[in-house]
Design a binder for this molecule. Structure first.
Ligand code: AGP
Length: 606
């Protein structure tokens, strides 16, 4: 969840660190801090709140060796004391940390019994105190011995007052990448922080420790043996991290969906045969034909994409497909029979629960297809095949363009599996044509922004909402509700429309509007009945329907029309409507939007 940046070189690392943290601030923004050497003395500067508060504190500072951190609080409240870097009692060691040390209480108790006095509530301080205890002049060795006692997840960067030209890093179950420069080296939790300096990177693997100086990177395994390091090249573009003309990254990324969905489908159509070519899927047709069951693991918005995919794959390809919440799945004893294919969906490719679920599935022999937006991420490296979204960096914490790109790629996957089985070429070509029209239909939805904003104005003050839908509109309602929760802090419930009468309808009233996602031809009449049931209980109703739907205007208080498409693809267009609605409500409520309170872009802790 936290952002980590380190630099050893000849330039002013303070400037580079602030710029690097800015690029990954979406990973956590409760507090920020930086460790530097001034006149060869180790100092740490920290500030609560956004990065700009730290910038004020370190204005004019300079250091050629730095570690820097933006925090998403796990252990310990958001205070200056708990901001990283965290130092040991003698102020000899400075540590920045992403992850959770699960055995920190017992380690802390043991150190306190030895007389160590702790000054923070963090688990990270245990690491700093342990390294100081183990230090006998060799920082690398001290870190190796200290981390060997840690359980849980960590990506750390460490400075010591005796070594102004060195940084030691280590990781376990949490991403860490070293950027290799000329006469300088970098370290970060996310390649986005360093790609504009170097594309040559070394991914630090679990249990490894690296010693970094300006001219050298030395990697050691958990047995302290020096190992060769593989330098890989970051392929993705140095993206435009500016908001452009937009007030928020979130709105910029909502509008990028015309292009991002085009990117997701680019060069993946095989139109002559009404099927799909997924260049990164390393399975032969006979292996794909042998698939008898699909398990999808994901969290949050990616989970909702997986739910849409389960309807798609079962309806189009006739393959039993189940969707599992990663954080639940990882504690099951999963049944992975012959013919089981797993799909792991993660925009960041770093979600700890999904990575753990993937590792368990691999241990059971499943073939893992990753769906990811970050080249070089843990999921991209651990999946058997990885299908990239090509959506470009998604900076807004609430996922928008990644979700619709996930739906495009999953639709293509479902079509490919269907054409391998029962779907005819003509039907495949029709499906491809409908997918190809999606980007322009998103543009048409975006043209309704003013209408959606006007509706948001009427409903921005409500504290409770229901989003309801059936079939493909059910996961769509879960996703719509999550958007409103995340960025507008409104208590929004997504529900299967048919379930309303089994209890939740008790909550429907004039103080709880009902947002009915009716863009599903097969179940439209049924959802319309649910709209009337809500209306009969004085709930204001907002209906999203296909253009030209008759009769709805006399029933719902508000009607938002989307371009016609097949039901299987409607979740993509409906998502854009609901993203816009949530954005406008959040903006009217004065919420933060890009960096909502308590959230982080990549949930790399359990
Ligand atoms: C979505 O708007 C949220 N930010 C969150 O639910 C997110 O989808 C979830 O944490 C999964 O992230 P991932 O796709 O990177 O694995």
């Amino acid at each position: 969840m936290c952002g980590i940046f380190g630099y050893v070189g000849t330039k002013n690392g303070v400037t580079l660190a602030l710029e690097g943290l800015r690029r990954i601030e979406y990973r956590g923004y409760d507090s920020a801090g930086i460790g530097v050497f001034e006149k060869n003395k180790l100092h740490c500067y920290r500030a609560v709140g956004k990065l700009e508060n730290l910038e004020k504190v370190v204005q004019g500072k300079s250091s050629t060796t730095v570690i820097a951190h933006t925090r998403w609080a796990t252990h310990g409240t958001v205070t200056i004391e708990n901001a990283h870097p965290i130092m040991d009692s003698s102020k000899a060691v400075a540590v920045i940390h992403n992850g959770i040390i699960e055995n920190f209480q017992e380690l802390r108790a043991e150190l306190e019994r030895e007389g160590v006095v702790f000054s923070t509530q963090t688990d990270t301080e245990v690491i700093a105190q342990l390294i100081a205890k183990c230090y006998e002049g060799d920082l690398l060795k001290a870190v190796q011995v200290a981390v060997a006692t840690l359980k849980g997840a960590y990506a750390i960067a460490v400075l010591h007052k005796d070594h102004p030209d060195m940084c030691v890093v280590a990781c376990l179950n949490t991403p860490l990448v070293i950027g290799v420069g000329i006469g300088e080296n970098f370290v970060a939790s996310d390649p986005n922080a360093i790609i504009h300096h170097t594309r040559e990177v070394i991914y630090v693997n679990d249990g490894e420790v690296a010693k970094i100086t300006a001219d050298k990177v030395e990697l050691f395994d958990s047995a302290f043996v020096k190992i060769p390091h593989k330098i890989e090249t970051l392929l993705h573009n140095v993206e435009d991290f500016s908001k452009g003309a937009y007030e928020h990254y979130t709105m910029k990324e909502i509008h990028e969906q015309v292009q991002s969905t085009k990117n997701a489908m680019y060069a993946r159509f095989f139109e002559d045969y009404g099927t799909v070519v997924l260049e990164d899927l390393h399975l032969k047709p006979d292996e794909l034909l042998a698939v008898e069951r699909i398990v999808i693991v994901a969290c949050g918005t990616s989970l909702h994409a997986g739910m849409v995919a389960s309807y798609l794959i079962e309806e189009l390809a006739g393959i039993p497909t189940e969707v599992e919440i990663s954080s639940e799945f990882r504690y099951k004893n999963p049944i992975v029979q012959k013919g089981t294919l797993a799909i792991a969906i993660s925009q960041s490719g770093e979600t700890a629960d999904t990575i753990a679920a993937v590792r368990e599935l691999k241990a059971k022999g499943a073939y893992i297809v990753g769906l990811c937006n970050v080249v070089g991420s843990t999921l991209a490296r651990e999946a058997s095949s990885c299908l990239f979204l090509r959506a470009g960096p998604e900076i807004g914490v609430c996922s928008t363009k990644a979700f619709t790109s996930q739906l495009v790629v999953l639709s293509l996957f479902a079509l490919m599996m269907a054409r391998l089985r029962y779907m005819s070429k003509v039907d495949g070509q029709k499906f491809l044509k409908d997918i190809a029209e999606i980007p322009e239909k998103i543009a048409l939805v975006l043209e309704k922004s003013h209408q959606i904003e006007a509706i948001a104005k009427k409903y921005a003050a409500y504290e409770n909402f229901f989003f309801i839908g059936r079939r493909y509109m059910y996961p769509s309602s879960l996703e719509a509700a999550l958007k409103l929760k995340e960025i507008a802090y409104v208590n929004a419930n997504g529900y299967a429309a048919g379930e309303l009468k089994h209890g939740p309808i008790a909550l429907i009233s004039e103080t709880c509007p009902t947002f009915a996602l009716c863009a599903d031809a097969l179940t439209y009449d049924k959802v319309l009945s649910n709209v009337m049931e809500a209306k009969a209980r004085h709930s204001k109703t907002i209906a999203v329907v296909y253009e030209g739907t008759k009769g709805i205007k006399s029933i719902a208080n508000e009607v938002i029309e989307i371009p016609n498409t097949r039901d299987e693809l409607a979740p993509i267009l409906v998502a854009v409507v609901c993203q816009l609605f949530a954005y406008y409500v959040a903006r009217l409520r004065g919420a933060e939007i890009d960096q909502p309170k308590n959230l982080a872009k990549s949930v790399t802790v359990e």
